[in-house]
Structure formats: structure tokens, C-alpha cells
Design a binder for this molecule. Structure first.
Ligand code: ADP
Length: 447
């Protein structure tokens, strides 16, 4: 604002000075026309012209000198130099027809030297020197300066007040955000953000609440996982205890019963073992994500191996295992983990199938991914369970899953492995008709 004010004032002053110079030159022209006759004749007793010069000097609050051809001052409105001779550079130059204007800012005057030309002979016959005060312009500038200062100060105060008001208004919601985060850090997990402020802060608040609910979900699923683990681990042990106790409490137990109960006990131990193994591989996956042992694997062979291993199980229930390969595929994957992931899918397709059903495994690829599809003619998965089946320990029919030796960890292990390979798993299922799992994995592992 100051720079603007100074520049404007300077321009304004320059303009005023220019105007003044133009005005003086116009007056110089009038005077020069009046003076031609006098200067040609050389006698200066025309009182009218004398009066005119004095009036003009008066109007412009200045001094006017008239110099004749011989450089003699024939009129000085101050009466100080009349009759004297003047030999200054500017005057001499003026006789060559070159007028001149100066503005002396320090001493506040404009000096204008105006040649009087005899138009008939085209000859400079005298010079008019006008010293005109610019005090008027100066005082006008001071007034403007004063007003500009007042204006600048008032505007600065207004801007300052607005800045203080708005910065306070803008930072208040941010302070509330900080307060709420501090509260959360102290452990008030249920604390929700409820911040009304400007748009961005409300967005922050929304994102934070979103993150909070994710955290809450994570915390809940962690607690659920811990309680599920203890429950799952306790169930076989409770059965073992009941079986063992009932043998101990009875006298003369027949050997057959001992054998039968011990068989059941061994089954429970195997189950416990399976749960522990599944849990360990899950924990290991969590820990070593990114720590894959990637090698180039022939996927056709890998699938054939898995199917060969599972064929005996499917044969028991007369389930047909079909393998369809559209092209030879080799990909960079962790062989052990991918085998585990796909085995889980095919095992499930057999386990949750009907007698004399079928399971079709197909393999395809494009330039970026390979696709494994596992279809079955089984019992299907209800729509409202389809999102949950990848959760740890989630089983639709606990009794059936237990019967088939399920732990509820298989699909969550599978999904984990596929995600570690930057792949995707999707499922389509219709109850009582069957289920299809589609897996897509990049041919080249992306770190
Ligand atoms: P489980 O060890 O019980 O098989 P999973 O995590 O492998 O655990 O599967 C979770 C649940 O999803 C199973 O208990 C079963 O109810 C359901 N499920 C998985 N695959 C299929 C399938 N192909 N057909 C029908 N239900 C399935």
C-alpha cells in the first residue's frame, strides 16, 4: 500500500508539474507575441505590456525577466536586475531558438526560458525568463500525502482486525482437532470427532472418524480372534478330558471301550494339531509378508500335483475332479504358499460338495496375470455369509466344518497368500447349486 501510495503521489506531482509547465509556456507564447513589437523597436514604454507582465508574474507568484537581443535585461518584475546584462548558457542557447524548462524540486520552482521570435525575419529577438513557484503543487501533495497516510493506517487496522478475527476462527476447529486427538491418545476410544468449521476441517474430521471406526473394527476383530483362538484350542482339550475322565471313573472298562475312546482322543489330538498348524502358518504369513520365496514355477504342473494329491479324498465321495488348462503358464510365485492357497480352495470344493458331484479347476493367462478358477457343484454359500468367509475362524455350519476337519482358517490363509502376491480373489455362489472361486495373480511378482 505504501509503495502504491508513493508511486501514485509521485505520478500525480509529475503530472501537476507538467501541466504547470504547459501553462507557463502558453503564457510565454502570449507574452512573446505582445513583446515582438517592443523588442524590434527597442523602446520599452508600453505600459499595457508592462502591466500585463506584472499581472502574469503576480498570478503565478513568480518573477519574469525580459532580455533583449543584446542580452540586456529590459524588464525584471522584481526590479532588481533591470538594465543589467545576463550571459547564461541557457539564455544564449535560447537565442538559437531553443527554449528550456527546469523544475527544481528542492527549491520549489519552475524555470522556463522562452525565446521571442520575430516571425517575419525568423529571428530570435529576445528571451522571456519566468521563475514560477511550485509551492502550490507541494502543498497539494502534502495534503494528498496526509490523506494517503490516514487511509493506509485505517485500512491496515481494518485488515489486521480481520486477520486476527479470521485466523482465530480458522484455527479454533484445528485446536479442537488437536484436543480430540489428545483425548484419543489418552484412551477415550469412543470419542467421536464432531467438528463444525470450514470445509477442509470437516473433511479431516470425517477422515479421522473413518479411521477411528477402522481402528475400532480392527480392535474388535483382534479381541474376537483371541477369544476364538482360546475357544478353538480349548474344545478338543475339553473333549479329551471328558473322554479320559469317563474311562478313569469307570472300573473294569472293556478293552473295546478303551480302544474306542483312545481312538476318539487321538482324533481330538489331531484336530488340536491341525488348528495349531493352521494358526502357526497364519501368524507366519502375517510376520513374513513380503518375505516370499519367489521362483519361476510351471503353474500347470503345480495344479496337476495338487489334484493328484487330493484325488483319493474326492474318490471317497465319488466326486469328479476335472482339470482344464487353456495354455501353458509359468509365473514367478512362492511355490509352497501358492500350493497351500489353491489346495485350500480345492479341498473346500470337495468338502462342501454333494455325493457324486464335481469340481472343475481351470487355468488361463494373459500377458499380465494368470487366472485359476475353482468351481464346484456343492452346497453353495448364502449371500449374507459371502463377505465373512474369509474371516479367521468363520464357518457357516460349525458342525459340518468340524466333521470335515475344518478350522475356519483355510480361506483366510488363502486370501492372505493371494494378497501377498498382489493378487485378487473373488467368489460367486448360489446356495444348493455351487460355488466358484476366481483367483487372479500377476505373472511377475511386484514387490
Ligand atoms: P474350514 O476350515 O471350515 O473349511 P475355511 O476358511 O476354509 O474354513 O472356510 C470357511 C467356511 O466357508 C467353511 O466353513 C464353509 O462353511 C464355507 N466354504 C468354504 N468353501 C466353500 C465351498 N466351496 N462351498 C461351500 N461353502 C464353503
Amino acid at each position: 500500500m505504501l509503495i502504491f501510495a508513493v508511486v501514485t503521489l509521485n505520478t500525480y506531482e509529475e503530472k501537476l508539474v507538467d501541466n504547470k509547465i504547459n501553462e507557463i509556456n502558453a503564457q510565454g507564447n502570449i507574452l512573446s507575441n505582445l513583446l515582438i513589437q517592443t523588442l524590434v523597436s527597442g523602446d520599452f514604454d508600453n505600459t499595457d505590456i508592462d502591466y500585463e507582465i506584472i499581472r502574469m508574474a503576480d498570478v503565478y507568484k513568480g518573477r519574469i525577466l525580459v532580455v533583449n537581443k543584446n542580452l540586456k535585461i529590459i524588464k525584471d518584475t522584481y526590479g532588481l536586475e533591470s538594465g543589467k546584462y545576463i550571459i547564461s548558457d541557457d539564455v544564449v542557447k535560447s537565442f538559437k531558438g531553443l527554449g528550456k524548462n527546469y523544475h527544481n524540486r528542492e527549491k520549489n520552482y519552475i524555470k522556463s526560458i522562452y525565446p521571442v521570435t520575430d516571425k517575419e525575419n525568423k529571428e530570435v529577438i529576445g528571451v522571456i525568463i519566468m521563475n514560477i513557484s511550485t509551492k502550490e503543487i507541494l502543498s497539494l501533495r502534502s495534503i494528498m500525502e496526509y490523506k494517503a497516510i490516514i487511509f493506509t493506517i485505517s485500512l491496515s487496522i481494518i485488515i489486521l482486525m480481520f486477520s486476527v478475527y479470521y485466523s482465530e476462527k480458522l484455527t479454533r476447529p484445528l485446536n479442537n482437532v488437536i484436543l480430540s486427538i489428545d483425548k484419543l491418545t489418552e484412551g477415550y476410544m469412543n470419542e467421536k470427532f464432531n467438528i463444525k468449521g470450514y470445509y477442509e476441517i470437516e473433511k479431516i474430521s470425517d477422515s479421522f472418524n473413518h479411521m477411528l471406526s477402522r481402528l475400532e473394527k480392527l480392535e474388535n476383530s483382534r479381541q474376537e480372534f483371541v477369544s476364538n483362538v482360546s475357544h478353538e484350542l480349548k474344545t478338543p482339550i475339553t473333549s479329551i478330558k471328558v473322554l479320559a475322565d469317563s474311562l478313569l471313573l469307570q472300573d473294569d472298562v472293556p478293552v473295546e471301550l478303551y480302544k474306542e475312546f483312545l481312538f476318539d482322543i487321538t482324533e481330538e489330538i489331531e484336530r488340536e494339531n491341525k488348528i495349531i498348524n493352521d494358526l502357526l502358518s497364519l501368524v507366519k504369513l502375517d510376520k513374513t509378508s513380503g518375505d516370499l520365496n519367489i521362483t519361476n514355477i510351471n503353474i500347470n504342473e503345480l495344479l496337476e500335483q495338487i489334484l493328484k494329491r487330493l484325488r483319493p479324498i474326492s474318490n471317497i465321495r465319488n466326486i469328479e475332479l476335472i482339470f482344464e488348462s487353456f495354455r501353458p503358464v509359468s509365473a514367478n510365485v512362492d511355490e509352497v504358499k501358492i500350493t497351500l492357497a489353491i489346495s485350500n480352495l480345492i479341498e473346500n470344493a470337495i468338502k462342501y460338495n454333494k455325493e457324486d458331484g464335481w469340481v472343475r479347476v481351470s487355468l488361463n493367462a494373459d500377458h499380465k496375470y494368470f487366472y485359476v478358477k475353482v468351481e464346484d457343484s456343492g452346497i453353495g454359500i448364502p449371500v449374507d455369509s459371502q463377505e465373512d468367509i474369509f474371516e479367521r475362524f468363520y464357518r457357516i455350519d460349525k458342525a459340518r466344518s468340524r466333521e470335515t476337519g475344518g478350522t475356519g482358517l483355510g480361506l483366510s490363509i488363502t486370501k492372505n497368500i493371494i494378497q501377498m502376491h498382489r493378487g485378487v480373489i473373488k467368489l460367486y455362489s448360489k446356495e444348493n447349486e455351487g460355488t466358484t472361486f476366481n483367483v487372479r495373480i500377476p505373472l511377475n511378482y511386484i514387490a
